[in-house]
Design a protein around this ligand. Structure first.
Ligand code: ADP
Length: 624
């Protein structure tokens, strides 16, 4: 008996004991796996005439031994494939799983991993998989009763393909598993979930038939069993648009992309132009657990005239829209196109351009007409768009800047840059922003007090990449981005500026003395008028902001060499100024103590750690 990987075991446990409401989706999952396996063999059949092209999926119901059997004549699996595909669940996601599983419901967890093959354990307590890979002369049997583990052994099997036997669980008060042995139940599930699967799904159906030879006016009936095709086999994207509604699209998405949640957006388009193609595009409602890791593979399924030629065609989707899933079917592509040729294929390039346009226009529409869902989308995938703005030295920034949203201090929700600029105050020339780890922390920054009191809207940058995005954008509609935590940020009028200058001049010696106390820690010490309640704040004097220092230093291989030039600003109106003056005049040692405490305090407010803990503690005690 082989063990499942540890995390797989836990997911399996979840699956087996799941109170998952849609247990029936196991059928959709297994059928779409079968269909995928046939797709793969069909592709081979284009160049290999030995493949029997009578493709089908067969379902058999067996009341006596309570089994439901799903069989396909697709590509099948070798023993190695079995090990790899059915011995591990979400291997690359284990880290994410460990990190994120706190506080989530079972359903949410299952959803994160996609339900897939293991969903069979929601209805069966034992599974057997018989499979023979195309081109191999050995068949294998995989057997498992769930979390304990599985075995793989050699077996006999006619023909290639895969047969899955589900031993249904015993009926309980909560659920009648034996319903899955009823012909009408299965046929209606197929109609509901798998109608458009392109290969016939066949099952023996019992029908009443008029007995031959009995008179028409006095007919006698008998029960006969006939093999019937349960699905219509028309791919959804080949149907006229008028026959496809949003529900169909949602169902299709869940089926095809193994998601248990509805997509947040579905698009069905038939595009005509230099290249003609049909496309179905979807935006998942949640980012896949590995979306922001290098394991994630973007791409859409590429079909040529109904034959799948590539499962994930990366070239069709730009990185920043990598969250879009979907299907493209074009009759203008060459069927025996190889992956290498695909890279430079003119038609493929034309489709990629068309898809990007389509996605952009749909997102724009969503932003305007369906803001709530756009915000949800942005919460999941906004980071992807931000990285897109930043990547390649901003080469795509103009295409993407209008999809950005940031949290507004004033509206207390996300706003676009265009909305921000429209509402700028008279005389305001720049777009104001402030950085921090969380909205709460930014709200408490001393530097933003005054700007907020004066009624200015400030964008809160909470993601590490945000400020880099602003720097790459440089401006929006001619309005530059300006951090309210920069040392040269000021909202003062000319007279106020003058007053501050005079006061600074007057206290020049004291400020120099404080700077001397702090040494290299700060570039400058100056008076400020931007604080209301706080005595001090730290601002950045050079090109590197304090937030950027944090981002750089949190990167792997950080050597701590990237440092913002810090300016200690002291409130010109705070009582603490009097104490400083006093100390400066009477007791220079005291001044050093004050300077240390104020400097470390400013660091803390900025979300930095204390530079010199012992020094800080000693200074505080001295004051006490
Ligand atoms: P997913 O289909 O999302 O990759 P599954 O857990 O459903 O995840 O399946 C895992 C893998 O097992 C599939 O990717 C496929 O390679 C293989 N597999 C499942 N069912 C079949 C089948 N009927 N024929 C061939 N391979 C299969």
């Amino acid at each position: 008996m082989k063990q499942f990987k540890t995390e797989s075991k836990r997911i399996l446990d979840l699956m087996v004991n799941s109170i998952y409401t849609n247990k029936e989706i196991f059928l959709r999952e297994l059928i779409s796996n079968a269909s995928d396996a046939i797709d793969k063999l069909k592709f081979i059949s284009l160049t290999d005439t030995k493949v029997n092209s009578d493709f089908k999926i067969q379902i058999t119901l067996n009341k006596e031994d309570r089994t439901l059997i799903i069989e396909d004549n697709g590509i099948g699996m070798t023993d190695k494939d079995l090990e790899k595909n059915l011995g591990t669940i979400a291997e690359s996601g284990t880290l994410a799983f460990k990190k994120e599983n706190a506080g989530q419901t079972d359903n949410e967890l299952i959803g994160q991993f996609g339900v897939g093959f293991y969903s069979a354990f929601m209805v069966a307590d034992k599974l057997e998989v018989y499979t023979k890979a195309y081109g191999s002369d050995k068949a294998f049997k995989w057997k498992s009763k769930g979390a304990e583990g599985y075995t793989i052994s050699e077996t006999d099997k006619d023909g290639y393909g895969t047969k899955i036997v589900l031993y249904l669980k015993a009926d309980s008060d909560d659920f009648k598993y034996s319903d899955f042995l009823l012909e009408y139940k299965i046929s209606s599930l197929i109609k509901e979930y798998s109608d458009y699967i392109r290969y016939p799904i066949m099952m023996l159906m019992t029908r009443s038939k008029k007995k031959e030879g009995t008179p028409d006016d006095k007919p006698e009936y008998e029960q006969v069993q006939e093999l019937e095709t349960l699905n219509s086999m028309v791919p959804l994207w080949k149907k006229p648009k008028s026959e496809v509604n949003d529900e169909n699209l949602k169902e299709f998405y869940k089926n095809e992309f193994h998601d248990y949640q509805d997509p947040i957006k579905s698009v069905y388009a038939k595009i005509e132009g230099a290249v003609n193609y049909d496309t179905l595009l979807f935006v998942p409602s949640r980012a896949p657990f590995d979306y922001y890791s290098k394991d994630y593979k973007k791409g859409v399924k590429l079909y040529c005239n109904g034959v799948m030629i590539m499962e994930k065609c990366e070239q069709l989707i730009p990185d920043y829209f990598g969250f879009v899933k979907g299907i493209v079917d074009s009759s203008d592509l060459s069927l025996n196109i190889s992956r290498e040729i695909l890279q430079q294929d003119r038609q493929v390039k034309a489709i990629a351009i068309g898809l990007e346009k389509k996605i952009s226009s749909e997102l724009k529409k969503m932003m305007e007409d369906d803001r709530e869902n756009y915000e949800k989308l942005f919460a999941e995938f906004g980071l992807s768009i931000k990285f897109g703005v930043y990547a390649g030295f901003g080469m795509n920034k103009d295409k993407l800047k209008d999809f950005l949203m940031f949290y507004s201090s004033k509206k207390e929700k996300l706003v676009t840059l265009s909305e921000y600029v429209k509402e700028m105050q008279e005389g305001q020339n720049d777009i104001y922003y402030a950085c921090g780890e969380s909205y709460e922390k930014i709200k408490d920054l001393p530097q933003i007090e005054k700007a907020r009191d004066k009624g200015y809207e400030i964008l809160f940058f909470k993601d590490g990449v945000d400020e880099f995005v602003a720097k790459i954008l440089i401006d929006y509609e001619g309005k530059k981005f300006k951090s309210v935590t920069d040392s040269d940020f000021s909202l003062d009028s000319e007279t106020e500026k003058k007053e501050l200058e005079e006061k600074s001049e007057e206290l020049k010696d004291m400020l120099t003395a404080i700077k001397d106390c702090l040494g290299e820690k700060v570039k400058e010490v100056r008076l400020t008028s931007k604080l209301v309640n706080y005595p001090v704040c730290l601002t950045a004097g050079g090109d590197v902001s304090i937030e950027m220092e944090k981002v750089f230093n949190s990167m792997p291989n950080a050597d701590g060499k990237v440092r913002a030039e810090k300016v200690l600003e002291i409130s010109a109106t705070h009582k603490v100024l009097d104490s400083l003056k006093n100390a400066f005049e009477k007791d220079k040692d005291h001044l050093k103590t004050y300077a240390t405490v104020l400097y470390e305090q400013a660091r803390l407010l900025e979300g930095l750690t204390i530079d010199d803990v012992t020094g800080f503690v000693n200074s505080i005690n001295e004051i006490l």
